[in-house]
Design a protein around this ligand. Structure first.
Ligand code: NAG
Ligand code: NAG
Ligand code: NAG
Ligand code: NAG
Ligand code: NAG
Length: 501
């Protein structure tokens, strides 16, 4: 699964968090006796793969606690599944071992344990997203090794397959053959890890929708909006697009209910701009907000904006991420793909539609996260915030060395006293400023600064040249660099932002 999901949300999705990082180190090792799980390494991996149409491989590290916890369950599942017909083979690879590094990178292993389901000698690769206890693993793998789409022969079959909180896709066919059926099966195979599929000869087994249709028709049952949708184009690509688009709610709900989380993941994986309305779901005005918001989402359907409704109770990490305050709730924030944000705090239900309209028409100025401009800025190293970046850096007419830092960053802490010394050295030179910018609390509004790690140091000369500082982090080297690149200027306090070249 491609994950463009923001950090604040992915932290809440349990199966992403239950993994050891590949860089985590621990010396502790245990050997557990095992028989059913195959041990593979670089020397026999491909050979083993070619022998099994369906094989499950755990990439682990011996020191990883989550792997150790999984080991007995995985072994038990392997023993149960060895007598399945046909047998299902579970294997493991020590991905921390130097000799297996190529395998680990081939399968894009980013944490331990990572379990992959490999089909047809590795032609089909699927992420294991099931439970981590033996019974759960067995049930999940039985389903994954079986047909991608289950036949529904009765209303009982239907009710056991159809879960009211999930999306289920059912193909209704007059017969289980022909190009439509083959295309449907191909799609089910392709999307089997993300959705549940079924097929039936009789639409009356299904809980929703016209029961007299004989097909071929694809019916997508969903726990929101219109509750089901029918589709009749059996082109594989068109079917896939239909499934993906229909499975995003008009308004995605984000709260503490984990059954909503898969939809939140889908919401963040769409390419459109994202509008997020945060409010207290238990508050008095909640219903009126919800209905107005749905109207707005309906109105802007297909206009390149997705809509999410978030409960304040569940949104603390989102608030930290965006630098929002509870006192601003109810609020709506739009985030575009190029990272721009637009905000309306303390919103009324009746303002939603007009504000979104204004946003669409480009009438809303971007929201820039900034700390307050400090009243006193008397330390040798000056504090720059988003709101003072233009005045203190771009339009100051001075030579500015600017450090982008994070309060938690160790290298930044080491650099701080050195910057202090540099700043003291330049205290008498009014046209040289040493400054720092907390990039975790302020948006960087100028593309000239490419900040990918901390600390990142830039120099802007009085005339406007912008250079990254990549030298050694010593007082001498920094001063040398400033001396080499600064412009001598008499313009000390410029009212005009014009560069003088
Ligand atoms: C693969 O090779 C390793 C190392 O030689 C060995 O320990 C393991 O048993 C082999 N696995 C299989 C399935 O042959
Ligand atoms: C089946 O899918 C293929 C590939 O998308 C397409 O060319 C073909 O027209 C489809 N068949 C039907 C009956 O829709
Ligand atoms: C949400 O509203 C309810 C009812 O007014 C209140 O009891 C609760 O404290 C509020 N929650 C938050 C996080 O403000
Ligand atoms: C960034 O700053 C430079 C120099 O002042 C200016 O030319 C440029 O337009 C700014 N870019 C943005 C996106 O503000
Ligand atoms: C940084 O310091 C190292 C070791 O003192 C030196 O070899 C290197 O040339 C220095 N780099 C720069 C850019 O001055």
């Amino acid at each position: 699964m491609a994950t463009r999901v923001p950090v604040w949300f992915s932290l809440l999705v349990v199966w992403i968090a239950v993994a050891c990082s590949v860089t985590e180190i621990s010396a502790e090792e245990t050997e557990s006796k095992q028989e059913f799980v195959l041990t593979l390494d670089h020397s026999n991996f491909s050979e083993t793969l070619s022998k099994h149409k369906f094989i499950v491989v755990e990439f682990y590290a011996p020191w990883c606690g989550h792997c150790k916890k999984l080991a007995p369950e995985y072994e038990k599942a392997a023993s149960i599944l060895s007598s399945h017909d046909p047998p299902i083979v579970l294997a493991k690879v020590d991905a921390s071992e130097e000799a297996n590094r190529d395998l680990a990178s081939q399968f894009e292993i980013e944490g331990f344990p990572t379990i992959k389901i490999l089909r047809d000698g590795g032609k089909g690769i699927q992420e294991y997203q099931g439970p981590r206890d033996a019974d759960g693993i067995v049930a999940y793998l039985k389903k994954q090794s079986g047909p991608a789409s289950a036949e529904i022969k009765s209303a009982e079959d239907a009710s056991s397959l159809i879960d009211d909180k999930k999306i289920i896709i059912v193909g209704v066919f007059p017969k289980f053959s022909g190009e439509e059926f083959e295309n449907y099966t191909a799609l089910a195979e392709k999307l089997r890890s993300d959705y549940d599929f079924g097929h039936t000869l009789d639409a009356k087994h299904l809980p929703r929708g016209e029961s007299s249709v004989s097909g071929p028709v694809v019916r997508l049952l969903k726990p929101f909006d219109e509750l089901f949708v029918d589709f009749q184009d059996f082109n594989v690509e068109a079917l896939q697009k239909f499934v993906e688009e229909s499975s995003i709610p008009l308004v995605t709900v984000y709260n503490n209910d984990p059954s909503n989380h898969p939809f939140v993941v889908k919401f963040f994986n769409t390419p459109q701009a994202k509008a997020m309305l945060f409010l207290n779901f238990s508050g008095e005005a909640a219903d009126s907000f919800k209905s107005k918001y749905h109207e707005v989402a309906e109105k802007f359907r297909g206009a390149g904006v997705g809509f999410l409704l978030g409960d304040l109770e569940a949104s603390q990490s989102a608030f930290e991420f965006f630098g929002l305050q509870e006192s601003q709730v109810p609020l709506i924030i739009v985030q575009t793909n190029d990272g721009k944000k637009y905000l309306k705090p303390n919103l009324e239900p009746d303002q939603i539609a007009s504000w979104v309209q204004d946003y669409k028409e480009g009438k809303v100025p971007p929201y820039i996260r900034s700390e307050a401009i400090p009243v006193e800025n008397n330390e040798p190293v000056k504090v720059v915030v988003a709101d003072s970046l233009n005045d203190m850096v771009f339009n100051s007419g001075k030579n500015v060395l600017l450090e982008f830092y994070a309060p938690w960053c160790g290298h930044c802490k080491k650099l701080a006293p050195i910057l202090d010394e540099v700043a003291v050295y330049y205290e008498k030179e009014a046209d040289v400023v040493i400054a720092k910018f907390d990039a975790t609390a302020n948006d960087i509004t100028n593309d000239s600064f490419d900040v990918k790690g901390f600390p990142t140091v830039y120099f802007k000369s009085a005339s406007g040249k912008i250079l990254p500082y990549e030298g050694n982090r010593t007082k001498e080297d920094i001063i040398d660099f400033i001396e080499k690149n600064k412009d001598n200027t008499v313009q000390q306090k410029s009212e005009s932002p014009k560069d003088e070249l």
